[in-house]
Design a protein around this ligand. Sequence first.
Ligand SMILES: [Fe+2]
Length: 359
Amino acid sequence: MSRFVKIRSFSSARSLYSNLTSKQLNFKQCKTYVLQDNLQKEALLLDPIKENIPFYLSYLGYHGLKLKYIVDSHSHADHFSASFKLKDLTGAKYVMHRSAPAPRVDHHVVDGDILEIGDNKIQVIHTPGHTPDSISLYTGSELFPGDTLLIGGCGRTDFSGGDPTQSYESITKKLFTLPDSTRVYPSHDYRFNEVTTIGHEKKTNPRLANKSKNEFVEIMENLGLPLPEKIMEAIQINSSTVLEDQIKLPTYSQLNEVKLISPETLKELKKDKESVLVLDVREPEEFEDEKLKGLKDTVNIPLRSLVTNVHQFEDYKNKTIVCLCRSGMRSATAASVLSGYGFENVLNLKGGLLNYYSS
Ligand SMILES: [Fe+2]
């Protein structure tokens, strides 16, 4: 066949001419993938873990690859992401879904966006359910679903805003519509499997094959899995720029005690400027996001420097403090920390500014 045959579709273009290869880089249950263009020497790292940073850098250096994108498929609860550190070390762009709570994300993607590695187009598919910010990457013949779809399973839906109904829709209406031959490389496997296909999972996945939405939800709501060790520590650190020694991170139950406030109630409360302090705990550079501007009459103290600045709010010990951030994750930590310092009425803006501006 002529090399210059007309390209008929995205997937055939890739299978005929692609220089894109992928490789799994961790030797454990948490998987990190590198997608690399071997001609133009560009690479994307998916779900890098903190303890393997030297190995990733060696791999990239040995193969002469320029790291273009670092992608977290979702906010991880079971390990510490390497993304902040790798971004600083390499200058690569950090990519997450628009609803991700983390600061310092350079490129917020939504469903249908394309990431280019060399001439290869990698499609972003928003697949919420395991978490609200879960994305899958699709190259035209390979799928990297994060934790949304696992080999013979799927990501749990019982924490971090997980939703079994959304998970079912993401898998059956999006991922299962890809060609059966699509090779699938999940971000976890607990049984030493490496790859599956869409066709195989459609036929054999015990949670999904011939299961209705209701049956799937019933299964997911009765898994009875223990919470991962360090779950709240990992979520809070991966969703902020705090370091372990900058702040004593609240526990799961302490975070659950934080009272929430709706955007509507906050708008009402803000009318009484004397008795309410609104505290925005985002990083200063996040104020450049035109769509998530800071509110009027607020104080900005990033979460990482909250403890050293707590004396500033002494006058509000018996008044109301409303904490807010991008999605409500970091501000929950801030609210819990302030309650621990004896502030009596600390509230967290539910869903953060993403929710405030959409409601
Ligand atoms: Fe996960």
